[in-house]
Design a protein around this ligand. Structure first.
Ligand SMILES: Cc1ncc(COP(=O)(O)O)c(C=O)c1O
Length: 377
């Protein structure tokens, strides 16, 4: 017998690909090093004495939304997995915000970027994708953005990032610099440093997953409330446990609410869910913009409603404490939709009375109409 070792030389010395990936990671880490954290903004609620509300302002990222964090994580995850190659396009299915942030990182690395977005995506978002050098591929049926992304990746030899699958695992929820760690560190000197509730709304579900895992890992008593949009399957899936639910239409609150239960949506780390009518989300968005003196996106309105439901429950139980909600993006990207009276009218929204109801709740403690389906909070 002549014993013989088999050797398959794939990467004996560092290949060009490996060297390219190393440099790409350095570029992303250097970009991070030059960046600052986002602000935590208090929003007094005279209607709920003893309950203190804060908004984690993710609109102050360089690309204007909470998706800046996710895009960075997805690029690092893909690079460390060896999935990106010089010159090969990066493709993403998105309602717009993730695509803007990914276009930014693709440009940083000199990679072509194609966003597959629903045709209803705001013009402002499509313009921002183009600003960062990305191309937008519009799809009429919002439920087809995944299949279309797979096809484009296959045909172009590119990589489909697939935020809806990878958001929850690309984000390192134990490490520092994730959104949850940042919130707890910024709350350190507040009257109630450990929030009673964290409020987030689901697009991929990744942010909610990070918050839910982190509070468990760090053994905080904090609970996570996930505020869903009207046209979305997440709430019903959370209630029933059925992950096969589907809708044949897209959400009207850009960025949140999905027609299928995304892989990154992790119901077991969510303590309560609410389903917010779109008109209430948009009314709360307008109210919040008035209070902050600048426009915010629709999902921030959804989160304000989630925070009010939590505040109502705390108040009813005589509980004092704090609530932190996510301000997901700024409102300038919705100037020709949510902030355009003509557009609101064309969509059948009459928000005046609803804005009054939100104002009466925040400022006078007047309850919002809500049905508790099970005593979750
Ligand atoms: C504006 C906006 N708000 C909220 C979300 C939801 O975040 P996540 O995907 O982490 O669930 C998204 C996601 O795209 C978004 O674009």
């Amino acid at each position: 017998m002549n014993p013989c070792i088999s050797i398959f030389l794939r990467d004996w010395t560092m290949t060009d690909h490996r060297l390219w990936a190393r440099e790409a990671i350095r570029i992303i880490e250097a970009d991070f090093q030059r960046s600052a954290d986002t602000h935590l903004i208090p929003l007094p609620m005279p209607g709920f004495p003893g309950v203190e509300l804060y908004f984690k302002d993710e609109s102050s990222h360089p690309t204007g939304s909470l998706k800046h964090r996710l895009a960075r994580s997805l690029f690092l995850y893909a690079l460390c997995n060896g999935w990106l190659r010089p010159g090969a396009p990066v493709i993403e299915a998105s309602s717009g915000s993730t695509a803007i942030s990914e276009a930014y990182f693709a440009r940083l690395l000199g990679l072509p970027f194609i966003a597959v977005v629903p045709a209803s995506t705001s013009q402002e978002k499509i313009a921002q994708i183009a600003f960062y050098g990305g191309q937008s591929h519009l799809v009429k049926d919002p439920t087809q953005i995944y299949a279309e992304s797979e096809r484009l990746a296959r045909e172009s030899g590119g990589h489909f990032m697939d935020q809806f699958t990878y958001a929850e695992r690309a984000t390192d929820w134990r490490a520092n610099n994730n959104i949850a760690e940042s919130i707890f560190s910024q709350m350190r000197f507040e009257r109630h440093p450990e929030p009673s509730w964290l409020i987030s709304s689901p697009g991929t579900g990744g942010t909610t997953a990070t918050l839910g895992r982190y509070v468990r890992y760090r053994q905080y008593p904090t609970r996570v409330l996930c505020a869903d949009a009207e046209r979305s399957v997440f709430f019903d899936s959370y209630k029933s446990g059925d992950r096969s639910l589907q809708l044949d239409c897209g959400s009207r609150i850009e960025g949140i609410g999905r027609p299928r239960v995304e892989a990154s949506f992790l119901p077991d780390v969510i303590d309560a869910m609410v389903k917010v009518p779109d008109a209430l989300s948009l009314a709360a968005m307008h109210y919040l913009a008035g209070r902050l003196g600048r426009r915010v996106g629709g999902s921030s309105g959804t989160n304000l409603i989630g925070a009010l439901i939590a505040a109502q429950q705390m108040h009813a139980a005589g509980e004092a404490g704090s609530i932190v909600a996510i301000l997901c993006d700024g409102g300038d990207r919705y100037a020709t939709s949510y902030y355009d009276q003509g557009w609101l009218k064309s969509q059948g929204y009459q928000l005046e009375g609803v804005i009054e109801a939100v104002t009466a709740c925040v400022e006078g403690g007047k309850p919002l109409p809500a049905t508790i389906l099970r005593e979750g909070i």
